[in-house]
Ligand binder design. Structure first.
Ligand code: NAD
Length: 351
């Protein structure tokens, strides 16, 4: 064995109803007044939460968070931070809202309490992607890692199935790639395998029965572990290709991850045989890519890049972009290999 393991210092509170402990978490951080962040569709929910659970520690609400953390939005929010005298942010929402909290922390050092309402996992990572003039750049900085995270399974109850399924598969993708990461280590691999098991069993139950509380809790638990995997080890072909498809072709983030993960796993099937065997065990199958594909079929999500709106001519362009800058992957990344993978995903063929 030869590995390096570094623990991430985030405090995690996980319980049904844990949102009611938000004021106590701000107290622990020594914060009297926090700026509460959300996306526009979640503004009412967030204001209700702030009134009920923040015990007057509210410096204001900024409800302008948007996908991929546009710098213009961050600048608007920064003006509100200054005006309101906020001593921290409370990001209540999915990866978009949590991204805004991180962007503010990067610029101000303000502490963050994150309360995730999707399975994206950003709250557990020191990673921030930002967009400026249509270009997305990603950085890794301990400054952007939230100090405290509250996971409350009640909060994912309002996720419509068309967001919940892709969001959960986005989480599984973090865990799959953690198993064959260049800097994989035994602790993170244990978490990854457990994350895949929890999400693999919980997601179909959750999507089938929106009232299944146990499934919701287990899916959120799996997403927490997946976030830790993403924050702790490097990712490979799957995250790169999804970055290309999202960034250059404007395809929706979680849906692309959801659709591509069976194909990325298949790309690495032989080159990362041990990782694939662990993933297969977690999915109670003998072949991880096919088990991921079967899971996708159960979630009522888009099943091909064609259905997601990709133009056929973009397959070649995406393959070109994906091999522009070399990066680590268990199987060498070749243009032909990537093109074949994209063609299969375009058609929605079994991997
Ligand atoms: P999102 O935050 O954009 O949310 C998707 C939609 O769902 C939004 O309209 C939001 O208002 C709504 N929503 C969220 N929670 C809801 C709930 N419980 N009920 C009803 N509606 C709800 O999507 P996401 O997939 O969570 O995050 C995607 C973004 O996060 C991307 O920009 C991605 O790059 C980023 N991300 C970053 C990291 C990281 O480590 N930096 C990790 C994962 C994702």
């Amino acid at each position: 064995m030869d590995f390096v393991y570094e623990g991430l210092p985030t405090r995690v509170v996980f319980a049904k109803g844990a949102r009611a402990r938000a004021a106590a978490e701000l107290e622990r951080l020594g914060v009297q007044r926090a700026l509460v962040l959300s996306t526009p569709p979640q503004e009412d929910q967030v204001r209700g939460f702030a009134d009920e659970h923040l015990d007057g520690r509210v410096a204001g609400v900024f409800a302008g968070a948007a996908m991929h953390t546009p710098v213009e939005v961050t600048e608007e929010a920064m003006a509100v931070v200054k005006e309101s005298g906020a001593e921290a942010t409370v990001a209540f929402g999915g990866g978009s809202t949590i991204g805004l909290g991180k962007a503010i922390a990067l610029r101000t050092g303000l502490p963050q309490l994150a309360i995730p309402t999707t399975f994206a996992g950003s709250e557990m990572t020191p990673i921030l992607g930002q967009t400026e003039a249509g270009r997305k750049t990603t950085l890794r900085d301990p400054k952007v890692l939230p100090q405290a995270v509250i996971y409350d399974p009640d909060l994912v109850a309002t996720l419509p199935a068309f967001i919940a399924g892709p969001s959960g598969m986005n989480a599984i993708a973090h865990a799959i790639e953690a198993l064959y990461a260049e800097n994989a280590n035994p602790i993170i691999s244990l978490m990854a395998q457990e994350s895949i098991r929890a999400l693999g069993t919980a997601l179909p139950r959750m999507v089938e029965d929106a009232g299944d509380e146990a499934a919701r809790g287990e899916a959120l638990y799996g997403a927490w572990l997946a976030g830790l995997c993403l924050g702790s080890v490097g990712m490979a072909i799957h995250h790169k290709i999804c970055h290309t498809l999202g960034g250059s072709f404007d395809l929706p983030h979680a849906d692309v991850h959801c659709l591509m993960i069976p194909y990325s796993a298949a790309y690495n099937r032989e080159a990362a045989a041990d990782a694939m065997s662990r993933a297969a065990t977690a999915l109670q199958s003998d072949d991880a890519p096919r088990a991921l594909f079967a899971l996708l079929q159960k979630l009522g999500v888009k099943k091909s890049l064609a259905e997601l709106g990709m133009a056929p001519a973009d397959i070649d362009r995406a393959a070109d972009i994906a091999v522009e800058n070399p990066y680590y992957n268990p199987r060498p990344v070749t243009r032909d290999g990537v093109r074949d993978m994209l063609q299969a995903a375009y058609e929605g063929r079994p991997p």
